[in-house]
Design a protein around this ligand. Structure first.
Ligand code: GLN
Length: 321
């Protein structure tokens, strides 16, 4: 089935429901694929055959298929929302003195570049950069991870969105590498709060669980110039149009870490992945798409999720290129 001709009046055509069913049938793994990350032990509990996909239209409708209501650990996708919160609180433009906006070309948890580049992380989506963003939130808000959670609940319109406390505790207990990154940052003077506090807030916001339907709704403002979608609780202006444009461009260049080029080549959309197997992709002016399937490739991105998004943009013509 092809959706090459999209009606002018509808951001997402009705036929999308059949297409999403088709993607589930084709891309849901029939046996476990890839791997789950050893540094986040609780992710091994996820169903390896799980697969869900949801499309939230700027018109307000959410269409989904597969396990789109199953909650999963959003992990690094939370970095997108912590960045949006930080930018919304950064009237002085201070954050961009502490983190760059360049692709790293290295693994999301790499230490090498951070030392060579004097403690200024390449971008806010690698772990080092996200720790700086979390530190910024710890400075300006009473409860940084609680604020990220409240933000996601408001954007998704769902009180079911929660922090998995057990998951956070197991990740914290095996976070030697993130601890090393945070200590490096502190040593270079790029962390203003105690390492333990920043790490805990960072890991707590990574441990937020939500479903594909909730995540697609939460990401809608990115497709909508910073306004929440019609019919969403986030309606009425989530972020400025300028900052929304910037977040989308950082997603495109850095959202999939050292696979950002490959993702742009195959999918052609701004995207942000997490090692829980989720990906949030943005079709500017049209919709936000969330996909989840736990098996990861060597770069930490969902194998089935990326393949399904590649097919989605090929069949709909929704790539930005
Ligand atoms: N919590 C994970 C970590 O800090 C997030 C990594 C990811 O999703 N890429 O390593």
């Amino acid at each position: 089935m092809s959706l090459a001709v999209v009606p002018e009046h509808s951001a997402v055509p009705q036929e999308i429901a059949a297409l999403l069913d088709d993607l589930v049938a084709k891309h849901r793994p029939s046996s476990p694929v890839g791997r789950v990350p050893p540094a986040v032990p609780h992710l091994a509990d996820a169903d390896p055959l799980g697969f869900g996909i949801a499309v939230a239209s700027v018109d307000g409708a959410v269409t989904s298929a597969g396990d789109a209501d199953a909650p999963f650990s959003i992990q690094s996708i939370s970095k997108l929302f912590s960045l949006a919160l930080a930018l919304g609180n950064d009237s002085g433009g201070m954050l961009w003195n502490r983190v760059l906006r360049e692709p790293s070309g290295t693994a999301f948890n790499s230490l090498v570049q951070l030392e060579a580049e004097q403690g200024i992380p390449r971008n806010p989506f690698i772990n080092a950069g996200a720790l700086v963003v979390t530190d910024f939130l710890v400075e300006c808000l009473d409860d940084a991870s609680g604020a990220v959670l409240a933000f996601l609940r408001a954007l998704s319109g769902s009180e079911r969105v929660t922090v998995d406390g057990d998951a956070a505790a197991t990740e914290l207990a095996s976070s030697a590498r993130n601890c090393a990154l945070a200590n490096f940052l502190a040593d270079f003077g790029n962390l203003h709060n105690p390492v333990d506090a920043v790490l805990e807030h960072y890991i707590r916001h990574c441990s937020i669980t939500m479903s594909c339907r909730e995540l697609a709704r939460a990401g809608l403002f990115l497709a909508n110039g910073g306004a929440g979608g019609r019919g969403s609780r986030g309606a009425g202006g989530v972020l400025s149009a300028a900052d929304t444009k910037r977040i989308n461009s950082i997603m495109l260049t850095c959202g999939m870490y050292d696979a950002a080029g490959e993702f742009a080549y195959r999918v052609g959309l701004p995207g942000k992945s997490g090692v829980g197997g989720g990906i949030l992709a943005v079709v500017p002016g049209r919709c936000a798409v969330s996909v989840w399937s736990p098996g990861l490739d060597a770069k930490g991105n969902s194998i089935a999720g990326t393949a399904a998004l590649a097919e989605l943009t090929s069949r709909t013509g929704w790539s930005i290129f």
